[in-house]
Write a protein that binds this ligand. Structure first.
Ligand code: G4P
Length: 528
């Protein structure tokens, strides 16, 4: 197959949702359609179960599973599909944000009864800001939930999306009869049999036919006609170009558990979802069909075996063909590296392959060379942008609890930070180390992993920090900046990239500081 055809048949996307909306179930059903797995239940949920906060073995077990489900590749029709897994647990939200830098589109799952939930709002906001094309799947139609129009309203208002339904439910919960597929103009009747893998669709091009009444009953048929008329009047007509620009989001209804409405979603997805896209670097925009390979690391996974500190770096291929045993430039380190066993990911396994194409994710074995955000090329000096750090929510001092093991502790902290588990800030005043995380769970993960993988012990100590802001002075030599550094010295730290960070102890003090030093910019992400 020609290089360009290989690129054009790839669809790399992520599924985002609030925990429990049905992301794992939907993923599994998509794999079933792709023939990548034979039966339901094969994809293990990688979510950390409620109440497992202090159950370290559970966390370890989950880490194992999440390697296996990090990237799920399968073939459907003529397309090669890569699903990038995003952790649902909110303490790992930063992981999800980074994974979203590697997707070309997104499917958003919403629970019909719960509607739009907090985690979905945050994740959709990130996608919206980057104009990532999104399809919404409203799940669990076999249960009682909110009315279809009410949900569409809620999605518009809470997620600030411009939606248009491409399918519409006929009844719901106990009365759920099926779905009218607006995109394909057919009716799909619900049998309630979760084992049924292919649904029977009945073409209904003309909604006024008596056939529709016979199919779903007169009342339901009338309601459907009214609903569809209303939908047509209220919502914009589907336009693929608008969807691709992130300006219009089609909505599907279904029940992932019952494998219902999933085929419609997948068929529409392969029809409209974008192939691999160009990506901005600090020098220029790189096109996927360029001859030379380039890619970036969006995720690093530590090996499960504590004796070998091998890690797996996940690289999204942006341009060119990746080939086994060919030397590639690690731009940050300025050195060439060769990989003898690059892995490609399939539904349940990873395999060593000789070549891979834009849109694919290649897994590279790493002994400590990679950091999240690193760029690999065939020699060109470029750096991909778009993997910023956000201000953490929690901050604690980290102390060495075993003075004999300070080397191990430092090494461990450094590597865990490269993996993106948390962020490290070093205070300018006294070099004390502060760990910033998105959720409290990370502190336990870090403590556990330091002990088990690096043989080091740590303890934490509270510190009062409200937000970390990355500092950009207009003029480094100005009187104002020198004054800021003097007066605020207690609150200044360096991040791992040696960027200056202001650790504000309250919203109030942040505002006061901003007012007092108008020529200094306070950024809430590390990339500006
Ligand atoms: P997540 O990955 O988004 O966190 O959600 P997951 O797929 O694990 O689904 C959460 C729960 O919702 C699961 O039930 C799952 O079976 C159920 N579910 C998913 N899709 C549907 C649907 O279309 N209809 C109905 N009625 N339920 C659905 P659980 O009891 O938490 O887990 P399990 O014991 O069934 O695995």
């Amino acid at each position: 197959m020609k290089f360009k055809d290989e690129i054009n048949r790839r669809r790399t996307f992520g599924i985002i949702s609030h925990p429990d909306a049905g992301k794992t179930t939907l993923t599994e059903k998509l794999l079933l359609f792709g023939g990548a797995i034979q039966e339901a239940g094969a994809v293990k949920s990688n979510k950390i179960k409620k109440g497992a906060t202090s159950d370290f073995m559970e966390i370890e077990r989950q880490r194992g599973i999440s390697v296996a489900t990090s990237v799920l590749g399968f073939e459907y029709k003529t397309k090669k599909i890569n699903i990038l897994d995003t952790p649902g647990h909110k303490d790992f939200a930063e992981d999800t944000f980074r994974t979203l830098t590697a997707v070309d589109s997104v499917i958003v799952v919403v629970d019909v009864a719960k509607g739009v939930e907090e985690q979905t709002e945050k994740l959709v906001e990130v996608c919206r800001m980057r104009n990532i094309p999104m399809i919404v799947f409203i799940n669990k139609l076999d249960r009682e939930g909110k009315d279809g129009f009410e949900l569409l309203d809620e999605i518009e208002q809470k997620l600030h999306l411009r939606v248009t339904p491409l399918s519409y439910p006929i009844g719901m919960g106990y009365d759920f009869k099926g779905i009218y597929n607006i995109y394909e103009q057919n009716v799909n009747l619900f049998t309630g049999d979760p084992k049924k893998d292919i649904e029977d669709t009945i073409e209904v091009k003309n909604l006024q036919t008596k056939e529709l009444d016979e199919l779903i009953g007169e009342n339901a048929a009338d309601t459907l006609r009214e609903d569809l008329e209303l939908a047509e009047g209220v919502y914009p007509r589907f336009d693929k170009e608008e969807y691709l620009k992130g300006e219009l989001q089609p909505v599907f209804f279904g029940s992932a558990l019952h494998n219902f409405g999933v085929r419609e979603l997948l068929d529409c997805f392969v029809d409209i979802a974008p192939p691999p896209q160009s990506k901005e670097s600090d020098e220029r925009e790189i096109r996927p069909d360029e001859d030379k390979f380039s890619g970036f690391v969006f995720k690093i996974h530590a090996n499960m075996d504590p004796k070998h500190r091998n890690r797996l770096a996940f690289v999204k291929i942006v341009s060119g063909k990746f080939e086994r045993n060919k030397p590639y430039r690690h731009v940050r380190l300025g050195k060439d590296l060769k990989f003898s066993s690059p892995s490609a990911f399939f539904a349940e396994k990873k395999e060593i392959v000789d070549e891979m194409f834009p849109g694919d994710i290649v897994g590279l074995h790493d002994t400590g060379n990679f950091k999240i955000g690193d760029t690999m090329t065939e020699g060109e000096i470029i750096n991909y942008k778009g993997t910023p750090s956000f201000s953490p929510e929690h901050f604690r001092y980290i102390n060495n609890a075993d003075p004999m093991k300070s080397k191990q502790l430092n090494k461990g902290i450094e590597q865990l930070m490269d993996e993106g588990v948390a962020q490290l800030f070093t205070l300018e005043l006294n070099n004390r180390k502060i760990i910033g995380t998105v959720g409290a769970l990370q502190y336990e993960v870090i403590q556990y992993r330091l002990e088990h993988e690096y043989g080091a012990k740590c303890s934490y100590e509270n510190i009062n920090v409200h937000k970390a802001c990355w500092i950009e002075p207009e003029n480094e030599k100005s009187e104002e900046f020198q004054d800021f550094k003097r007066v605020k010295s207690r609150f200044l730290a360096k991040d791992k990239q040696n960027q200056l960070v202001f650790l504000a102890d309250s919203q109030f003090s942040l505002q006061m500081t901003q007012q007092k030093y108008p020529s200094i910019k306070f950024h809430f992400t590390s990339e500006f």
